[in-house]
Ligand binder design. Structure first.
Ligand SMILES: Nc1ncnc2c1ncn2[C@@H]1O[C@H](COP(=O)(O)OP(=O)(O)O)[C@@H](O)[C@H]1O
Ligand SMILES: O=P(O)(O)OC[C@H]1O[C@](O)(COP(=O)(O)O)[C@@H](O)[C@@H]1O
Length: 315
């Protein structure tokens, strides 16, 4: 069991609404809805907890709607280091259609002032040395600048933390420059952060090499139902998940991050890590909400993951 800290700078209440087909501009009728305290770091934390790790959580939470977040943190037994800020934690709307398509409408989040930002950095200064890894995941709330985000990542690095990064947009661009230990963009996020598409395998390989040379140890490039590629100095592996019945793809990336971190911290064979992580992500799309619920289903999915080793391995 490892000690892991997850940072969610911009948590969210996910409201997942299931409907047959979304008709923009018309009255739509849902057939189910669920509300969950969420956000990337908190979702990763839930999966890691189910994998047996001791979890601490931090970031910023709005004081006006603390209840669902505090209830989750208490139920899960997480150590709570969130800095409370004025205002409401955002709500994110997830419109899930019968064919599995998901439309996300993610809110901005509260304004986090400089005092709260400094309070979090001070808290982390004390906390970070106790952890085996620190996961920094999700978007930035209002008030957080890219310069502050870079300062946070540099501070974690200076403290010797294994930083796992999963974010998007400008924050991902800044984050890549700080060479996290593990980073998991999806293909679209990577292209957006670079400001240009990654047109073919050769361009991708050149980019991967550049990131590994700059100090990234594990680059996990995810691509929805197509699976993912894991690049490290040791090897390049690809995983293809089995076809599954999609309930909601929300949380697939977070589950993948948790699964990869779990395997890496246990120092197990790479293929085993990748197989389990891919199965955990595939299981996540069969359910609404976060965490590992059905161990037998997970074992079946694991057996059906197809792993290949790429010949153009980065060494
Ligand atoms: N339809 C699907 N079937 C099986 N696995 C999936 C599906 N969608 C996503 N996954 C798994 O979840 C991982 C992360 O999903 P992806 O959409 O790439 O990332 P994100 O959720 O961060 O946008 C994928 O690499 C894949 O392993
Ligand atoms: O911080 P962001 O980028 O707005 O993302 C937050 C959203 O991402 C999620 O964590 C899901 O992420 P993934 O689908 O990438 O795993 C949601 O729970 C949450 O609403």
């Amino acid at each position: 069991m490892a000690k892991i800290l997850t940072l969610t700078l911009n948590p969210a209440l996910d409201l997942t609404v299931s409907l047959d087909t979304l008709r923009p501009g018309q009255v739509n009728r849902s057939h189910a809805q669920h509300s969950h305290a969420a956000g990337k770091g908190l979702n990763v934390a839930q999966v890691l907890a189910d994998l047996g790790h001791a979890i601490s959580v931090a970031g910023f939470l709005g004081r006006d709607n603390l209840q669902p977040f505090e209830a989750l943190i208490e139920w899960r037994g997480f150590a709570d280091h969130f800095v409370r800020v004025p205002g409401e934690t955002r709500s994110n709307l997830k419109l899930v259609e019968a064919d599995g398509r998901v439309t996300d409408i993610n809110g901005q989040g509260p304004v986090v002032d400089v005092a709260a930002q400094s309070a979090l950095l001070r808290r982390l200064e004390q906390l970070v040395p106790e952890f085996d890894a620190v996961v920094v995941a999700g978007s930035l709330p209002r008030g957080i600048t890219l310069a502050w985000f870079e300062q946070l990542l540099q501070q974690l690095r200076r403290q010797g933390a294994k930083v796992v990064l999963d974010t998007s947009g400008e924050a991902l661009r800044v984050g890549l420059a700080c060479a996290p230990w593990l980073v998991k963009p999806n293909l679209e996020e990577l292209a957006e952060a670079l400001g240009h598409p990654v047109p073919d395998a050769a361009a991708r390989q050149a980019l991967v090499q550049q990131l590994l040379d700059a100090g990234v140890e594990h680059l996990v490039l995810s691509n929805g139902g197509e699976g993912l590629s894991w690049y490290s100095h040791g090897a390049t592996l690809h995983a293809q998940p089995p076809a599954v019945q999609v309930a909601s793809t929300v949380g697939a990336g977070d589950s993948l991050v948790a699964g990869m971190l779990h395997g890496l911290l246990q120092d197990e064979p790479a293929a085993q890590t990748l197989r389990r992580a891919t199965a955990i992500a595939a299981q996540a799309v069969t359910q609404v909400g976060f965490g590992i619920r059905d161990r037998e289903q997970l074992a079946r999915l694991q057996a059906a993951v197809h792993i290949t080793e790429h010949s153009e391995a980065s060494r």
